[in-house]
Design a protein. Structure first.
Lengths: 309, 309
């Protein structure tokens, strides 16, 4: 196979220094941004968290699609070289539309997660949990079965998991600690465990050997989920696989940031409380979030209007 | 993300020593087997080339699907741990059916090639060439646009390319030489060039920046194709990407062959001339093919019947 890395080198030098855009309904997409930052330490990232309108999960797909189009328009106005929809609900609702509207490549989190699950399942029985919007869209089932028609997919909406993550983050408000690796012990509370058991036991009975976390908030619940379903069921988060897709896409186009560049991380949000966004976000991103920018819904609406005119 | 490598270690020790099955209408799929052998030097491979019924390209999809089911049944009778449909026409016609019928994972060559193209195209204009069966199925267009709805796909059937490869291989009958890297110069013949120009110039005018070789025979034509479309258009062969999918699938399931195992390569074919199959196949596989086994159409039909009963 011929490598395309060397091509477009004239224009790609400018493009390569642009940031990668990532957005989510809140701080959950920072699990994806974190994997990108870990895997590609020279890449700058512009993150957008639509905290004011979080959660997206219970909203109609058409509304979520509009939100995705607005944020995509706002992020491309700031110039980005690639966009990651770091939110399963927004991917299910808006990926195709945003791909058609934008000039830069747009990567969602559903296909990478589906692909990882297909590779992992030996029993060819896969469970998927996510928001109501994601599960109702059937996007995971479709993506998994288009890769392996012989796989049986069991999917279940677990809307309260998003609330649990948000609440759990507030319980132990300790920025800069590695919450992903250790502090998730906070989720081992009886009330949380009971909700999780109600959600997960039926899936366990379906004899799945692989469970896809179809929401970017859920990696923060891995210790809790794993304690209930047992360690013999593999847990797939899209974040790692998505970061790999980002890396390969940039490498193949010759648009990766140069090895000597220092990454710049920028954060914007619709959250009314910038301090809370930064504190919670820092825990999830695993790096300090400073100087987050406040963006109003009107600015998002205007970005989309400007793009359409 | 939790790794599943450690799981199923009880039963996977037996499974891990089984070969990977690969089949094609002829010797073209050996470009895929070759990539797998290069990437996974400890894995055994059982290759099946349906040379007697080659080419699949001009045949109806339903007929090709039956061929794919027969060969899959025969290969699984010999025990394999994973099946690669190393033929685009057979992937388009039979992947889903075979995935539903088999207990082992089945990987086709279309989705990996589509994925590589999506990552490579900066202009988001992709060309696809292949057999009539593959192009008419629309499988590449569907696979590419399901990954990036913003990509425009230009596809064109190039049936005479398969004949050119088969004839070209016979022209320079020199086994064990690295035909992929060097000897393809044999294709730079005026008659071949004219055919290639007729096929490729219209695609070039569509301002594609990426061309997918949607037939496993075509990597052998890369020098010729590249000389016509120009080096600024990236050429994608599914072989490398497919081999990577195989590697990841085995690794995630803990079914990779142990590092100390010596690979065994077995070859079976419906070809009436075993010597010719071995000689041409050796060139494409880049390793000597010895003791190829002759399998009759009746044996294939019986394998499918046995599986159905």
């Amino acid at each position: 196979m011929q490598d395309t890395n060397e091509k477009h080198s004239g224009s790609s030098r400018d493009i390569s220094s642009l940031p990668i855009g990532v957005f989510d309904s809140g701080v959950g997409g920072l699990t994806v941004a974190r994997e990108i930052a870990n895997k590609l330490p020279h890449e700058s990232i512009s993150y957008f968290g639509d905290t004011l309108r979080c959660p997206y999960g219970p909203r109609p797909l058409t509304e979520v699609r509009t939100f995705a189009r607005q944020i995509s328009a706002w992020l491309t106005e700031q110039r980005i070289k690639l966009l990651v929809i770091g939110c399963n609900s927004a991917t299910a609702a808006g990926l195709e539309t945003v791909q058609r509207e934008l000039d830069v490549p747009v990567i969602g989190v559903i296909e990478p997660g589906a692909r990882a699950a297909v590779k992992a399942t030996a029993a060819r029985r896969v469970g998927v949990i996510g928001t109501v919007a994601t599960i109702d869209s059937g996007a995971y089932t479709k993506a998994i079965r288009s890769l392996d028609a012989g796989i049986t997919v069991f999917s279940s909406a677990t809307p309260r998991f998003v609330e649990m993550v948000e609440e759990g983050l507030r319980l132990d408000h300790n920025p800069f600690e590695d919450i992903m690796a250790q502090a998730s012990a906070i989720y081992i509370r009886p009330a949380f465990q009971e909700i999780a058991r109600d959600y997960l036991n039926p899936l366990k009975r379906c004899q799945i050997d692989t469970l896809v976390l179809g929401c970017t908030h859920f990696p923060l619940l891995t210790p809790l989920i794993s304690s209930i379903i047992g360690s013999e069921i593999g847990i797939i988060s899209s974040a790692e696989e998505t970061a790999r897709d980002v890396a390969e896409t940039l490498a193949r186009r010759g648009q990766a940031a140069p090895d000597n560049s220092n990454p710049i991380y920028r954060f914007a949000t619709t959250a009314s409380d910038l301090g809370e966004f930064s504190a919670l976000g820092s825990m999830v991103f695993g790096r300090p979030i400073k100087d987050a920018q406040r963006v109003s819904i009107e600015q998002l609406e205007k970005a989309l209007q400007d793009k359409e005119n």
